[in-house]
Design a protein around this ligand. Sequence first.
Ligand code: ADP
Ligand code: MG
Ligand code: ZN
Length: 628
Amino acid sequence: MKEVPSPKRPLITYYLIVLAAIIVINMIITPLIARRAITEVHYSKFIEMLDEGDVREVYIDRSENKISFTNKSDKNAVFVTGIVEDTGLVDKLNQAGVDYSSPIVEKASPLVTFITSWVLPLIFFMAIGNLLSRTLMKRMGGGMNAMQLGKSNARIYIQSETGIKFEDVAGQDEAKDALREIVDFLHNTSKYTEIGAQLPKGALLVGPPGTGKTLLARAVAGEADVPFFSISGSEFVEMFVGMGAAKIRDLFKQAYEKAPCIVFIDEIDTIGKKRENTGYGGGNDEREQTLNQLLAEMDGFDSKKGVVLLAATNRPEILDPALTRPGRFDRRIPVELPDLQGRIDILKVHIKKVKTEPNIRLDNVAKAAAGTSGADLANIVNEAALKAVREGRRRVATRDLEESIEVVLAGHEKKNRVLSDKEKLIVAYHEIGHAMVAALQENCAPVHKITIIPRTSGALGFTMQLEENETFLMSEEQLNNKIAVITGGRVAEELVFNSITTGASNDIEQATRIARAMISRLGMSEFGMVAFEQDTAQYLGGEFVSTSSAQTRAKIDQLTVEKVQEQYDRAKEILSNNMPKLHELAKYLFENETITGEEFMKILEKPVQKLVASVDTEAVSDAQSENI
Ligand code: ADP
Ligand code: MG
Ligand code: ZN
């Protein structure tokens, strides 16, 4: 059993101590102090002191049948004595010139006494205790008041009045298409269920911060016109073990009641982090329970009921694999950084909110703001407006926008990967190298899209090829061509810059893997139909065990090197024969950042090959894409 840290105990202890302290002070110490100060004297002694002129003030309390008085020699001392039938007392007091009507001790009403000595201290200490618990919780990542802990606050029911529509999200067309399908499903559930189709249970929006994931989710709510439950992952991180899980349960219960509806969990990485067994302190217990509850809810989740689960994260790589496996968040919607056109569109959306000079040049601004996210661009527009106000102008000028870019990017430079122009140019040549080798060979999958926008995956650029048909059989020629395409990136770098970069590490691995497989397993070498390596963990992504002798292995290595080199040379020949096109295309890509296969083929002056069947994008990115 892990020890469960519960901050509840120290709090209760705290209250008990405070209560005890108040009791001690009121019942024991106060009377003690009070008793010490008051001295009981005989009536005769009082008269004696009065005669000696030592008495200062006298208070006659008929209700308690006592006389309290102070003397002149000791200002702090208070004396009491009983009331004796003494008709001459008043005369004596008058004679001595003692003020006898004024009370010595302010006699408070019992209610006031009770409040000041019991209620006020209690309230005071409770306030301190609350403050204490709140800081404690803030440190633990929660934001709730201690009093609300027992309740689940999944009542984050935001009626679909976010007012945001897809048109407010600029660019991100692919993400929007994927989400539109979900909206459509919610509107026309029967259309899908009649055929027996099942939509994915959950869609996960992944992408760098500020690219509009949260915005897209809110737009879905605005478009779908169904109830929208939105909660941030961090709100599930609770102080007490089990509370987060209870919130999840509650959230889904409410969602079912309101179906059809959308449940959106933002920043899901806070609860969806990989579970690990540190066995230390048990600090993750709460999060693990929350995650387990979420997984359980998703398993019992029936998308026919019309509840669609959306989530967003900047860090898909740290998510627990159980969350992303089929049947859970099985659909990934990439939300990448915008390219040039995307940036222009985003600027257009945000510039509408400010007053501008008529001749504003957004394309120049977008060009200068390479590598920025949508949030950065929104920020740039705002900074520009602030700057215009600061300088006493009424309208934002292009100059303001351009100068704000630096302000916004200055703090970013290190955080985000913003490529320098030189790096960007190298990446452009590299990607065009891949694409041209692909396009200038027979029997090669056509180029679909080329981009030099850094991807979440860590790739700096990306050339996507789509097969005309889904292929199950690949000929030796096709495999060789593929190796040539993969080497094309590095070849272009070498031809143009006469130097090579680290950017091709992924390519090198891929080329080696294909070449090696051809030789050691696929019988496409002088060895003939012999497999030297066996696939032992077929379902776990292939782990090959070599069964060959050391000599054979050396030979395999040598043949692999030769094969890759052969294709490298071929790619080099292809590209060196087409240098003008290489320059032209690289320059075009450098400027536009993303180009389609059609644009590419047009510049290359080759007929566009029509795609017959579209291939599942995920499979494509695995098999056909060449990451730099
Ligand atoms: P994320 O959740 O991906 O970190 P947000 O959705 O919170 O990013 O985006 C932050 C802000 O950036 C949005 O409120 C919006 O003003 C702006 N923004 C981001 N992407 C876009 C976009 N594609 N179109 C318009 N505005 C955008
Ligand atoms: Mg967000
Ligand atoms: Zn590459």
